[in-house]
Write a protein that binds this ligand. Structure first.
Ligand SMILES: Nc1ncnc2c1ncn2[C@@H]1O[C@H](COP(=O)(O)OP(=O)(O)OP(=O)(O)O)[C@@H](O)[C@H]1O
Ligand SMILES: [Mg+2]
Length: 342
C-alpha cells in the first residue's frame, strides 16, 4: 500500500466575485431586459488536485496571474476555498474558516515564506521579535526558552546574532529573507510553503538563500511547496513539479521527466522559452495568440486553446483532464505526447 501523503489537495477551487461591468444605468438596462444577472467570477484556482509526500519538494510554475499565489495561500489556510479539500497527514483542514485557523494547533504544521520578506515582516518588529512572534503565539514560549530558540533558529538560518535587535529597514534584502525563513521554520512546520522566496533578491544572494533552503530541508526533514518563475531553479531543487495555466494544473510529474520530456504544449513552450547558451535569443519560443479570460470561463473549453499549436475542435468541446502514465507523469491535453514510460 502507498504511504499516506503529507498533503492531499483534492478538487480545490477559488473564485473571486467581481463587480458587474458597466455603469449603473447600463446594469439597470441589462437587468430590465434580461432579468437579474450573476456577478462575474474570476476562477483563480479551478478544480486543482495534487499531493506532497513527506520530505518531498514540489515546485509550482506558471506565468504571472495563473493562480500560483492563490493556490498556495489556500493551502496555507490564509484564504478560504469555494470547493475542495485540503488534508494534512489525513486531517481535513477546510472545516475551519481561514481566520480561525490562525489559532488552531494545526497552524504550526504549515508555515509560509512570502515573496517580499520586507513587506511580510511587521516594520515595528525587530528581527528578534519577528522570529519570536510565532514561537510566542503558537508554541507559548517566553523568557529564556524563547530567547534560546530564537537564537538557535537565527544561527541555523545564517543570521548573525548581533543583527537581531535591528528592524527590517536596517537589514539587507538577503538578511531580511533569512529573517522571513527563520520566522517560518522556528515552530518546526511539517510543510513549508515558499512563494517566490528569492524573487526580490540579487542573483548572487538568490543562490545563497537557495543553498540555505536546501540545507534546512536536509536538517529538518520538512516538505516544501515551492513557487518559482525560474524553471532552472525548480529543476534543480524539486522532486516533482506542477505546471499551472489559468487556474488549472496542466502537467505534473517527476521534475526531471517533465523538463526532459514535457507532454503538454504549454510546458513545452515554457521550456523552449528558457535561455539556452546553444540557441540565439531570436530563436526562443514566444507564445502567440490570445490568453483566455479567467472570468467565467467555459467549463468545456481547454484554457490554453487560443495559444495552442495543437488546438482542434475537440479542445472547445471537452475540458481535457490530467491523465497520468505509468510513471506518474500527467498532462491535461487531448493531444498530449505519451511521455516516457517508467
Ligand atoms: N483578492 C482578489 N480579488 C480578485 N481577483 C484576485 C484576487 N487575488 C488574485 N486575483 C486574481 O487571481 C488571479 C491569480 O492571481 P495570483 O496572484 O494567484 O497569480 P500568480 O500566479 O501568483 O501571479 P504572479 O506570478 O504575478 O505572482 C489573477 O487573475 C489575479 O488578478
Ligand atoms: Mg504570485
Amino acid at each position: 500500500m502507498k504511504p499516506e501523503p503529507l498533503l492531499d489537495v483534492a478538487e480545490l477551487s477559488k473564485r473571486y466575485v467581481l463587480k458587474p461591468q458597466g455603469s449603473p444605468v447600463a446594469r439597470l438596462v441589462r437587468r430590465l431586459k434580461k432579468g437579474p444577472e450573476a456577478a462575474p467570477r474570476l476562477h483563480a484556482v479551478d478544480d486543482v488536485s495534487f499531493t506532497i509526500g513527506r520530505g518531498e519538494t514540489v515546485g509550482l510554475v506558471g506565468e504571472s496571474g495563473c493562480g500560483k499565489s492563490t493556490l498556495v495561500r489556500l493551502v496555507a489556510r490564509l484564504i478560504d476555498a469555494n470547493d475542495g479539500s485540503i488534508r494534512l497527514a489525513g486531517q481535513e483542514l477546510t472545516h475551519r474558516r481561514a481566520r480561525d485557523f490562525a489559532t488552531t494547533p494545526e497552524r504550526v504544521k504549515i508555515q509560509m515564506v512570502f515573496q517580499d520578506a520586507g513587506e511580510s515582516i511587521n516594520p515595528r518588529f525587530s528581527a528578534f521579535e519577528a522570529i519570536a512572534d510565532p514561537l510566542k503565539r503558537l508554541r507559548g514560549l517566553g523568557g529564556d526558552a524563547l530567547r534560546a530558540k530564537v537564537e538557535e533558529t537565527a544561527t541555523r538560518c545564517g543570521l548573525p546574532l548581533e543583527l537581531l535587535p535591528r528592524f527590517s529597514h536596517q537589514l539587507s534584502g538577503g538578511q531580511r529573507a533569512r529573517v522571513g525563513i527563520a520566522r517560518a521554520i522556528s515552530v518546526e512546520p511539517e510543510l513549508l510553503i515558499l512563494d517566490e522566496p528569492t524573487a526580490a533578491l540579487d542573483v548572487s544572494v538568490q543562490v545563497v538563500i537557495l543553498q540555505l533552503l536546501e540545507k534546512l530541508k536536509r536538517e529538518l526533514g520538512m516538505s516544501y511547496l515551492f513557487v518559482s518563475h525560474d524553471l532552472n531553479v525548480v529543476r534543480l531543487l524539486c522532486d516533482r513539479v506542477l505546471v499551472m495555466y489559468l487556474g488549472k494544473i496542466v502537467e505534473t510529474g517527476p521534475a526531471e521527466t517533465v523538463f526532459s520530456h514535457p507532454r503538454h504544449p504549454y510546458t513545452k513552450a515554457l521550456i523552449a522559452a528558457l535561455p539556452d547558451a546553444n540557441r540565439p535569443a531570436s530563436e526562443r519560443v514566444r507564445l502567440a495568440g490570445e490568453i483566455a479570460s479567467p472570468v467565467d470561463p467555459d467549463p468545456n473549453t481547454c484554457r490554453f486553446v487560443g495559444r495552442c499549436p495543437l488546438a482542434r475542435a475537440e479542445c472547445r468541446e471537452a475540458m481535457p483532464i490530467l491523465e497520468a502514465n505509468s510513471s506518474g507523469h500527467a498532462a491535461a491535453c487531448h493531444f498530449a505526447l505519451p511521455g516516457k514510460a517508467s
